[in-house]
Design a protein around this ligand. Structure first.
Ligand code: DAH
Length: 347
């Protein structure tokens, strides 16, 4: 029996030394020390021994068990350290490998210009408002003193949704004047930027969708002088203090009197010619139209429940793309919408 125990000890220690993984170690522990293990099987035969032999064999068996347990612990420490080592090596990050370059985008040039214009008006006390692009004809035309049959309502210019022409894609942000005046009492001082739609073929200066920025100020004693000073102040901030501007008389159904504001062409500086040829930016005009404006028509005020005897107001609607083209010195509107990154990266 002593021989048997000795064999178990030697084989066990050799097997434990050869074990490489925590799983192999566990398997050995069960095989050697478990209830159905080899050592237990030997100990079960102790009963057959004589009383003298029994304590001696017991001592030997305990010593074998202690050796195996000590070896198990020793291997466990070594193997766990190796496992940890391997794990750390596998998860190591090489901080010297160059990272992947992240290309950062930036605000679209048109939004840059819009933001600059909004900031200027907010600085003068205007509130920014937003409204629907799918609009009622009532708001887009009728309440803006543009009666049925007016050429601006023509089906060839306007995207209508309904056969009775009562719902449309707004053709101008002026619809926001009505929405604001119907819901607020003077003093009113708002700016309403947004998309508008017209049945235009796209060319250098036209697009079926473009952006306008509507402004409306209604209070007591508002005059054309207030309109001019607000617009000139903003334009000089956008185009520089030496920018040249002019106001021309015009007609809009919803303002009286009405005007348009032009800026001297940034390409030909008002001469209409570049290198002996007609300037392609202003088509030889020397001026670029920026916006329509005027004093809010008394009929429009009273239609919204505002007393035209007490209050007066001015309104303007500028083309954002026109403003952006002047500010960014570009000559084709389509560049703004194409979103070619080679173009966009320049701003
Ligand atoms: N809505 C006009 C257009 O699209 C522009 C305009 C003219 C706006 C006069 C106004 C205004 O607010 O007072 O052509």
């Amino acid at each position: 029996m002593k021989q048997q125990l000795e064999t178990i000890r030697q084989q066990a220690l050799a097997a434990l030394d050869a074990a490489e993984t925590p799983a192999a170690l566990e398997e050995l522990r069960v095989k050697l020390l478990g209830k159905k293990g080899e050592l237990t099987a030997v100990l079960k035969q102790m009963g057959k021994l004589s009383p003298e032999e029994r304590p001696i064999m017991g001592q030997v068996a305990n010593a074998v068990r202690a050796d195996i347990e000590a070896k198990l612990e020793e291997r466990k420490t070594v193997i766990n350290a190796a496992v940890l080592e391997a794990k750390l090596a596998a998860e190591a990050i090489d901080v010297t490998i160059p990272g992947e370059a992240v290309t950062m985008g930036h605000e679209h040039p048109m939004n840059q210009v819009l933001q600059a214009i909004k900031d200027l008006f907010v600085g003068m006390g205007y509130t920014i408002v937003d409204g629907p692009e799918v609009e009622l004809s009532d708001y887009n035309f009728t309440k803006l003193n543009t009666e049925e049959g007016h050429p601006a309502r023509d089906r060839s210019d306007t995207f209508y949704f309904t056969d009775d022409d009562s719902v449309l894609l707004r053709t101008q942000t002026s619809s926001m004047q009505i929405r604001v005046m119907e819901n607020a009492k003077p003093p009113i001082c708002i700016l309403a930027p947004g998309r508008v739609y017209r049945k235009d073929e796209a060319d250098a200066t036209h697009s079926p969708m473009f952006h306008q920025i509507e402004g409306l100020v209604v209070a007591e004693n508002i005059t054309m002088g207030n309109l001019k000073s607000a617009l000139v102040t903003v334009m000089k901030q956008i185009y520089g203090q030496d920018a040249v501007m002019r106001f021309r008389p015009h007609h809009f159904p919803f303002t009286e009197p009405s005007c348009e504001m032009d800026m001297q062409c940034h390409k030909c500086h008002g001469t209409g010619e570049v290198d002996g040829a007609v300037c392609s930016t202003c088509h030889g005009e020397g001026w670029i139209e920026l916006l329509g404006a005027g004093m809010v028509h008394p009929k429009v005020l009273s239609g919204c429940g505002i007393d035209p005897e007490k209050y007066s107001g001015f309104a303007f609607g500028m083309g954002l793309e026109r403003m952006a083209m002047g500010r960014l010195k570009i000559t084709d509107l389509r560049l703004i919408f194409d979103n070619d990154v080679r173009f966009l990266n320049q701003f």
